[in-house]
Design a binder for this molecule. Structure first.
Ligand SMILES: [Zn+2]
Length: 197
């Protein structure tokens, strides 16, 4: 049944739009909550929502466009997100020397909301899983996203129990490092595709 759904269909585009808005909203919520609560792991989790928002925006924008345009869009996305990841890593190093403990309650609440949004997005996209390769990979991405959200929840619990910032910084540094390596791969691949297109 699901395999009959065409990825160029109105239903598909509408679903991608809904998921895009959900991701953009969560990006803003995590960035703001991350700043207000002093949680860097929330801010690094926001990176993923930014990346996914860009992925869906590019998917919608480049339908019918050339490989070259797709490659350039991917290149821009990879570069911006890589820069953002470096900023989070630098912040993690900086926070090591600055006193202050993030608010565990905000981390837990926003982390749980992020998990709910990622599960919702995955369920919405599930019926299109046989279509567009970009969106097909969303299933893998969603699983990693959920793991990231659970890491934030675990950090919140440890921060709450220990009254220290280290779990928050550790999760933030780990997530930003993974993100930096993904961004580097995206940039490399897009750079090659741009030449061959
Ligand atoms: Zn993701």
């Amino acid at each position: 049944m699901a395999s009959n759904v065409e990825t160029g269909s109105v239903a598909f585009r509408r679903t991608v739009w809904i998921v895009l808005v959900l991701n953009a909203a969560m990006f803003l919520i995590e960035i703001i909550a991350g700043r207000l609560s002093g949680s860097l792991s929330l801010q690094s989790d926001a990176l993923d929502f930014a990346g996914d928002t860009a992925t869906y925006a590019i998917s919608l924008a480049v339908i019918g466009h050339s490989m070259k345009i797709r490659a350039r869009a991917a290149l821009l996305k990879g570069a911006v997100l890589g820069g953002f990841a470096i900023f989070v890593l630098a912040s993690a190093v900086w926070r090591t020397f600055v006193s202050g403990v993030p608010e565990a309650a905000t981390m837990g609440a926003v982390g749980a909301l992020a998990l709910a949004v990622n599960v919702t997005a995955a369920l919405l996209l599930l019926r299109f899983r046989n279509g567009d390769a970009n969106v097909r990979s969303v299933w893998l991405c969603s699983r990693n996203d959920a793991l990231g959200n659970i890491a934030v929840l675990a950090a919140a619990a440890i921060v709450s129990l220990t009254g220290t910032k280290w779990a928050d910084l550790g999760v933030a540094a780990l997530m930003a490092s993974l993100f930096l390596s993904t961004s580097t791969q995206i940039v490399r691949q897009a750079w090659r595709e741009q030449d061959t297109a």
